[in-house]
Design a protein around this ligand. Structure first.
Ligand SMILES: [Zn+2]
Length: 70
C-alpha cells in the first residue's frame, strides 16, 4: 500500500462558496441562484432582495441574468 497523498482537481465544493450579497455560506436547502455572467451564487432570499432593491442586478457584475441553480 502506498502512502502518497493524492491531490485531485475536484470541483468546487458548495460549502466553500458564499452568497455574494450576504457573504453567508451557501445552503442548498435555502434555494440557490447563480449569476449567468460572473457565476457568483445567491440564496433565494438574496435573489429576492436584489429584485426588490437592486433592480434585479448582480452585486458583483451588475448583470440581470440571475437564474435558479440546480
Ligand atoms: Zn454577476
Amino acid at each position: 500500500m502506498g502512502n502518497k497523498i493524492q491531490f485531485n482537481n475536484q470541483p468546487q465544493n458548495l460549502a466553500e462558496l458564499n452568497d455574494a450579497l450576504t457573504g453567508a455560506a451557501l445552503d442548498k436547502s435555502l434555494g440557490l441562484y447563480q449569476c449567468q455572467n460572473c457565476f457568483v451564487h445567491y440564496h433565494a432570499e438574496s435573489h429576492q432582495a436584489l429584485q426588490a432593491s437592486n433592480n434585479g442586478q448582480c452585486v458583483a457584475c451588475e448583470s440581470s441574468t440571475i437564474e435558479p441553480d440546480h
